[in-house]
Design a protein around this ligand. Structure first.
Ligand SMILES: Cc1cc2nc3c(=O)[nH]c(=O)nc-3n(C[C@H](O)[C@H](O)[C@H](O)COP(=O)(O)O)c2cc1C
Length: 206
C-alpha cells in the first residue's frame, strides 16, 4: 500500500468527532504500512464545486476529453491513485454533508468511473479498502440506549451504493453514534468504534 486518500468532510475542524477518530484509523493503517503516504483532501475547507451546465453537457459525449472535466478529472485521478481511502463524515439530516455529495457528483461519472450497460452500471475503478468513519448526534443503526427508535439512514446505504457503482466494494463502516448526547455517550461511541476498527481492519490491510 503506497497511497492513502483521506477525505474529511466535517466543518468542525479539530472539534469534529469523525475527524478525531479518523486519525486513529490513519494511525492503524500507517502502522501496517509505514511507507504509505497520506493525501489529505479536506472537503470542508475546500469544497468541490457543484456540477454545472458544462459538466451536464460534457457527460453526454462518451468521447469527451479529460479536459472537459477540469474539476472532476483531478479528483478521479486522485482516487484512482489511492490504495486505500478513509472518509470521515458527519451525518447531516440523515444523509451526507453537501461537500461530500459535491465530491461524489464529480467522481461518479458516466463513461469514466462507471459504464452504463444493458445489465446495469458497471464500475470502472479497481476495488480497494474504504473506511468510512460516520459521526451522528443520535442513533440510526439501532434504537438509542434509552429506547428511542432509530433515525432514517440515507448515508451509509447511499455511500455503499455509489462506491459500488464505480467498482469499490470493500467498504468498512465505522460508526460513532450518539455524539450529541453528552460526554459519557461520546466516550461509549468512541469505544464502540474502536471495537469495530479491531474487527475489520487487520484483514483489510493485509
Ligand atoms: C446540519 C446538521 C445536520 C445534522 N443532522 C443530523 C442527523 O440527521 N442525525 C443525527 O444523528 N445527527 C445530526 N447532526 C449531528 C451531527 O451528526 C453530530 O454532531 C456529529 O457528531 C457531527 O460529526 P462531527 O463532529 O465529526 O462534525 C447534524 C448536525 C448538523 C450540523
Amino acid at each position: 500500500m503506497r497511497t492513502i486518500l483521506y477525505l474529511s468532510c466535517s466543518p468542525k475542524g479539530p472539534a469534529s468527532v469523525c475527524r478525531t477518530f479518523a486519525t486513529e484509523v490513519l494511525d492503524r493503517l500507517a502502522k501496517h504500512h509505514p511507507a504509505a503516504t497520506v493525501v489529505h483532501r479536506d472537503l470542508a475547507a475546500s469544497p468541490p464545486p457543484f456540477v454545472d451546465a458544462d459538466f451536464c453537457s460534457a457527460i453526454l459525449n462518451p468521447q469527451a476529453p479529460a479536459d472537459a472535466f477540469p474539476c472532476s478529472e483531478p479528483l478521479i485521478v486522485e482516487l484512482e491513485q489511492a490504495d486505500a481511502v478513509v472518509i470521515a463524515t458527519p451525518m447531516h439530516n440523515y444523509g451526507p454533508p453537501a461537500v461530500l455529495k459535491a465530491w461524489i457528483d464529480q467522481v461518479v461519472r458516466i463513461h469514466r468511473t462507471f459504464a452504463s450497460t444493458p445489465s446495469g452500471k458497471v464500475g470502472q475503478l479497481r476495488d480497494r479498502p474504504v473506511f468510512v468513519v460516520v459521526a451522528s448526534g443520535g442513533w440510526f443503526s439501532s434504537p438509542s440506549p434509552g429506547g428511542t427508535p432509530p433515525q432514517p439512514d440515507f448515508l451509509t446505504p447511499y455511500l455503499r451504493a455509489v462506491l459500488h457503482t464505480i467498482g469499490i466494494h470493500d467498504v468498512h463502516m465505522l460508526l460513532l453514534e450518539g455524539t450529541s448526547r453528552g460526554p459519557d455517550m461520546l466516550r461509549r461511541a468512541v469505544e464502540s468504534a474502536r471495537r469495530q476498527l479491531d474487527d475489520p481492519l487487520p484483514a483489510a490491510v493485509d
